[in-house]
Design a binder for this molecule. Structure first.
Ligand code: NDP
Length: 254
């Protein structure tokens, strides 16, 4: 495995993800959009999953106009989707591609930045559904098609507040601790068994809408752009990270 510094500065072959089918949630905006674009540029067939169709269509057009492999759009609201919806997705992927090589769980919501004492139950429930339960359900349903790949990478998205608790980060911090736990548990269960690996990536402070919502006083130009943190994503979704499993990896030093 590469060192932390080598992963941050990773540079793969131009066609690193050739012949790979990769599904990305929250692909319409922020880090997910940059990841979808980077994967398409590296030769992957990308499945653009998200809840705002117009954003997904705009990215679809951008990818097609650039002459890259035509992506698929999968409209999904992780808040309302059920296990049956993900079972249906698995059938569609199996019939269309016969396998899935990459799954990037990127979509998440921030919730309230308020003391847990005052945290609203409805926000808590919604956040844990989107940030944890939906990701578990989708991964479980897609495991059979992931197992049909000869090198499948499942990548969950963590955060600094998923490793060290911090005041006022509420359900968001709890959800990211859950992601770290899910990756360790699933990773241990899959270790040495087959071709599916499961890891977490912590993007670090990145210039997106969510970051601006969390830190409204911050100057966004001080932050890395989503495009700048893509090397670690490409490494973890591509063949060079084969054998890396159950790990939590940072995409930048901040
Ligand atoms: P953004 O808010 O910019 O983008 C989040 C994406 O998730 C959007 O495309 C959004 O869709 C989608 N999404 C939200 N809720 C749902 C839902 N119910 N169903 C389907 N899609 C949904 O966030 P970032 O790009 O900043 O964050 C990406 C990931 O990185 C998250 O997991 C976040 O926790 C993590 N992260 C980000 C950091 C940062 O500094 N930016 C730092 C640490 C972790 P829509 O466009 O429709 O709103």
């Amino acid at each position: 495995m590469l060192t932390a510094e080598e992963i941050i500065n990773y540079s793969g072959e131009p066609d690193l993800l050739k012949d790979r089918v990769i599904l990305i949630t929250g692909a319409g905006d922020g880090i997910g959009k940059a990841a979808a674009w980077a994967c398409a540029q590296a030769g992957a067939t990308v499945i653009l999953a998200g809840r705002t169709l117009a954003k997904l269509e705009q990215l679809y057009d951008q990818i097609v106009q650039a002459g890259l492999i035509e992506p698929l759009i999968y409209p999904v609201d992780l808040e309302g989707a059920t296990s049956e919806d993900y079972d249906q997705l698995a059938v569609t992927l199996d019939q269309t591609f016969g396998r899935l090589d990459g799954l990037l769980h990127n979509a998440a919501i921030l919730g309230q930045r308020t003391p847990l004492n005052n945290y609203r139950q409805d926000v808590w429930d919604r956040l844990l559904k989107v940030n944890v339960t939906a990701q578990f359900q989708m991964t479980q349903a897609l495991m059979p098609v992931l197992e049909k790949s000869n090198d499948a990478s499942v990548l969950f998205t963590s955060s600094g507040v998923g490793k060290v608790g911090r005041a006022f980060w509420g359900a968001y911090a709890v959800s990211k601790f859950a992601i770290e736990g899910m990756v360790q548990t699933w990773g241990a269960e899959l270790d040495g068994l087959g071709t599916v690996r499961v890891n977490a990536i912590d993007p670090g402070a990145t210039r997106t809408n969510m970051r601006a919502q969390a830190f409204p006083a911050e100057n966004p130009t001080d932050l890395k752009t989503p495009a700048e943190i893509m090397p670690a994503y490409l490494y973890l979704l591509g063949p060079d990270s084969r054998g890396v499993n159950g790990r939590s990896i940072k995409a930048q030093n901040r």
